[in-house]
Every structure is written in structure tokens, then in C-alpha cells.
Design a protein around this ligand. Structure first.
Ligand code: FAD
Ligand code: MLT
Ligand code: ZN
Length: 454
């Protein structure tokens, strides 16, 4: 078997062996995972994906499906010479012809392309986050991406109505019937969403769209205690039906972003804890906000910035959205993406400082995230040489707080050694049986989710 055989099955240009081209696909976004491969394939259709996977299955060639390569857990690059199947050339998007509130997208379409198409019809796609210009529909389905609007619209799993995919033996499964109610056996969209390319390669999906809100208000609050910030978060969640996003971040991260992007200080840095809340709905939302719990806060609290225009809102969001890139400009962080029950958040934050300080006093933990979902991102700079010790200690601490070791980025290769902290042995062996059913030769992302499959 040689790659020439595969080439002979495909249109010209679908299989690239030029290392100059390949080198832009083999390292992950964080810089922690550096891969290598002899070829990248660029299928243009479901049939071509099926042809490639059938050939790989017959010839026992292991593959890594790749979308925008913005994944955070080392799941999208070939660490053992795997063939990359890049979905980037599959970018068709169109409105469904049977339901005007649905979009049909090929796997390589980006979040931004979906958002732009939807907006043209006064609709919106429920998932959004800073990597919107490169994260793809296939990748966000594979990782069940969350992002900024989970509080109101849910994770990617809530957006998929139908899915089409190709199994590890090259069989096309699923459909694009776009039926919200189709209880005919196991629900493939739910099953494949979050499977991280280990069960099948997603080729197309039918996605639900939501009405675009008439008015959006973004409010940034400064606090000095985490309890106050969590209380306001819970108040908003329990009283305000129009809350869309609630993001928590801290002075250290704001200082890093400000330095990196030359931003103004917020209230002369007199606070240390920041809560960014976004509300969206029918026009008149500003008045409605002043009538409910926010009215009092907006009167009495002296660190509040209210943004109603797109420009003002983007100015506030950059203090949060630029955290990931600002941290990565300083080095390769140990990236943790955990969920903590809100009531345990203060304890978590204290514990993190203690663990990092005890293991490596020079380490620099930055905490920020989607606080309404309990999803905290921990990016720790200067964690070497104690990376594994720190990671294990923190993940065990998270589990002790009844949290999750992975909130939205998935398991990938990064968290595979810790899956047993979260799932029991019966579940993990069941996962392995499921994988064998979809991918009997174990060629799809073999080291992702599970420690080496073979
Ligand atoms: P890739 O990185 O290419 O792949 C990710 C995984 O999916 C890999 O295991 C890959 O093998 C698999 N895969 C890719 N395409 C397919 C397919 N078609 N079929 C089957 N498997 C496939 N994520 C969040 O959830 N929330 C955030 O708020 C968030 N913010 C981010 C901010 C920044 C600045 C960056 C750089 C990333 C952020 N991410 C966030 C992480 C990342 O964008 C998501 O994990 C996203 O879902 C990855 O999409 P992708 O197309 O880049 O996938
Ligand atoms: C974000 O929400 O900014 C990312 O998911 C966090 C991260 O990159 O760690
Ligand atoms: Zn996130």
C-alpha cells in the first residue's frame, strides 16, 4: 500500500505531500502539540471522505480529522504520523429548503460564515466564541463546543438537528432530514457531538437558528469579592429571562490583556474581579433592566459600565475575549477547562492559588471563563517543570468539588490520562466498545479520549 494508491482514487490536488504546505497543519493552536505526517488530504465531498476512510481502513492507515485546528486538547494534530483529513475545503452553507430557520453546513464552514449567513435573514446561530473565524462546524460538533452564549442557547449539541458522517470503515451514516422529532433509534447527532473524531468524521449538519435579538445590552461590573460576583450571576440567572452571557475574569488577566493590546485601565484598577453580563431581547431592554434587580445595582454600585452600541460592546468584550491569545503570547500555558458548581467557586479559586503556589511558586495561573455555566478556564504560565503534577493535582481537586475535568474543549490527548477521574471503568469500557463498533480498525484519532487504543 502506498499513498500513490490513494492519490489514484482521488481527483488531483486532494492528497498533498509538500512539507511546506503540511507544516501549517501539524502543530496545534496552543503550541504544546507538535506533529508530523507524510500527507494531508483535502476531500471536497462526503463521498470523497468515504473513499479516503475506506482506503485507510483497508490499509490500516490511522487518521486525524482536522477542521480549523483551534482545538485546545491536542486532538487535531498527527502526533504519530497519522494522515490528516482536513475538512477545510468542504465549506458549502445554505439555508434549508424545508425549514427557513435551519442552515445546512458542510463540516469545513466556520462559525463566522454560519453567523453571517444567518444574520442576513435576521437569524443567529447559538454558538459563538473568539475563534469564530477559524473554528469549523465539524470541529465544534466533534468537541461539542460551548462558548459565550451557552447560558441562553446551549452548547453545540443543542444546535444540531441532523448530522451526516462517515465511519471508520468508510460507511456514510446519518441524514439531513432536519426533523426536531425523529425518535428512530439512537440519536446520532447527540452521539457524534463530543466524540472528537473517534467514532466518525462529520461531513455535513443541519443546524437550528434562533431569532436575532432586536436589542443587546452589555454591562461590565467590577467587584472586590468573588461572593458578590457569584451572587449577581445567580440573581441574573434566576430573575432575568433575557440574560445571554455571563463571563468572569480577574485583575491579573485584565492587566495581561491591557499590556498586550494597550487598553485603558478599568476604574483605575480599584477592583480585582470583573463580571461581564450580556442581555438580549426585544427593544426596550434597557428600560426593563432598570426595572428589575439590575436597577438597584445600577444605581448603587459604583463600578459599572453599560454598553448599548456594537462598538461600545466590542470594547468591553475585548477585556474578556483577548485572554486566550494574550496568555499564549507569553508562552505555552498548561490549559485547564473545568466546570465547578457555582457554590464551590470561591473554594476552587482559593485552592488553585494554593496548589500552584505549593507545586511551583513561579507559576502564573490565569482564571477566566463562562461563570454562569460554572466553566472556568485555567491557563497556567511558567508551570514547567511540574506540568503533569500540577495538572493531576488540580483535576483531582476539581473532581473533589463535584466538578468536571473538561467543560467544553473535550478530552483530546491532553486529558486522556485523567478520564478515569471522571468516568468509571464500566463507562470507559463501554466507550471503547462503541468506538470498536464505529471504527473497528481503530484508525480514527486513536489516542484521543482514550489512552492509546491499540
Ligand atoms: P479542530 O481543532 O480542527 O479539531 C478539534 C477536534 O475535533 C479534533 O479531535 C479533531 O480530530 C476533531 N474534528 C475536527 N473536525 C472534525 C470532523 N469534521 N469530524 C469529526 N471530528 C472532527 N472552545 C469552546 O468550546 N469554547 C470557547 O469559548 C472557545 N474559545 C476559544 C478561543 C480561542 C481564541 C481559541 C483558539 C479556541 C477556542 N476554543 C473554544 C477551542 C476550539 O475553538 C474548539 O474546540 C473548536 O470546537 C475547535 O474547532 P476546529 O474546527 O478548530 O477543530
Ligand atoms: C475561552 O473561552 O476564551 C477559551 O475557551 C478559553 C481558553 O482558550 O482556554
Ligand atoms: Zn471557553
Amino acid at each position: 500500500m502506498s499513498i500513490e494508491d490513494l492519490k489514484s482514487l482521488m481527483e488531483p490536488g486532494r492528497v498533498v505531500e509538500d512539507q511546506e504546505v503540511i507544516r501549517t497543519y501539524i502543530d496545534d493552536w496552543t503550541g504544546r502539540y507538535k506533529g508530523s505526517t507524510s500527507a494531508v488530504t483535502f476531500p471536497h465531498s462526503t463521498d470523497e471522505v468515504a473513499k479516503i476512510l475506506s482506503w485507510c481502513s483497508t490499509n490500516q492507515v490511522r487518521v486525524v480529522p482536522q477542521g480549523g485546528n483551534t482545538g485546545m486538547v491536542g486532538g487535531s494534530v498527527p502526533l504519530n504520523g497519522e494522515l490528516i483529513i482536513s475538512l477545510r475545503k468542504m465549506k458549502n452553507v445554505s439555508f434549508s429548503n424545508t425549514n427557513r430557520n435551519q442552515i445546512v453546513a458542510e463540516a469545513g464552514a466556520t462559525l463566522l460564515e454560519i453567523q453571517n449567513l444567518a444574520s442576513g435573514r435576521g437569524l443567529m446561530y447559538g454558538v459563538d466564541f473568539a475563534a469564530r473565524d477559524s473554528a469549523t462546524i465539524g470541529g465544534t460538533i466533534a468537541t461539542n463546543a460551548g462558548g459565550l452564549n451557552v447560558l441562553k442557547y446551549g452548547t453545540t449539541r443543542r444546535q444540531i438537528v441532523s448530522v451526516e458522517a462517515v465511519t471508520g470503515t468508510g460507511k456514510v451514516i446519518g441524514n439531513l432530514n432536519g426533523l426536531e422529532k425523529d425518535n428512530t433509534g439512537y440519536h446520532l447527532p447527540s452521539l457524534l457531538c463530543g466524540s472528537e473524531g473517534t467514532l466518525a468524521i462529520v461531513t455535513r449538519a443541519k443546524l437550528k437558528l434562533w431569532p436575532e435579538p432586536e436589542e443587546t445590552v452589555t454591562i461590565l461590573f467590577g467587584f472586590n469579592t468573588i461572593e458578590d460576583a457569584v451572587n449577581l450571576t445567580e440573581d441574573c440567572m434566576s430573575t432575568n429571562t433575557e440574560i445571554v452571557a455571563c463571563e468572569l475574569f480577574f485583575q491579573k488577566g485584565v492587566d495581561l490583556v491591557r499590556d498586550a493590546y494597550d487598553l485603558q485601565p478599568l476604574w483605575g484598577n480599584k477592583n480585582s474581579i470583573y463580571l461581564l453580563c450580556e442581555f438580549a431581547g426585544d427593544s426596550g431592554i434597557s428600560d426593563r433592566l432598570s426595572e428589575n434587580i439590575l436597577g438597584e445595582i445600577l444605581q448603587t454600585h459604583n463600578s459599572v459600565l453599560v454598553a448599548t452600541t456594537d462598538r461600545e460592546r466590542q470594547r468591553l468584550w475585548q477585556y474578556r475575549e483577548l485572554h486566550t491569545v494574550a496568555v499564549s503570547q507569553k508562552g505555552i500555558p498548561l490549559k485547564l477547562d473545568v466546570t465547578i458548581p457555582l457554590g464551590n467557586l470561591p473554594h476552587f479559586l482559593d485552592g488553585i492559588d494554593t496548589i500552584c503556589g505549593n507545586i511551583n511558586p513561579l507559576s502564573l495561573p490565569y482564571v477566566f471563563g463562562h461563570v454562569a455555566d460554572g466553566n472556568m478556564h485555567l491557563n497556567i504560565l511558567q508551570s514547567e517543570p511540574n506540568v503533569a503534577e500540577m495538572e493531576e493535582e488540580i483535576l483531582k481537586f476539581v473532581v473533589s468539588l463535584e466538578g468536571s475535568i473538561s467543560a467544553e474543549h473535550g478530552i483530546g490527548r491532553a486529558k486522556a490520562p485523567y478520564l478515569h477521574l471522571q468516568r468509571n471503568e464500566h463507562e470507559i469500557s463501554l466507550f471503547r466498545e462503541m468506538k470498536k463498533a464505529f471504527d473497528p480498525k481503530g484508525i480514527l484519532n486513536p489516542d484521543v479520549i482514550f489512552l492509546t487504543c491499540s
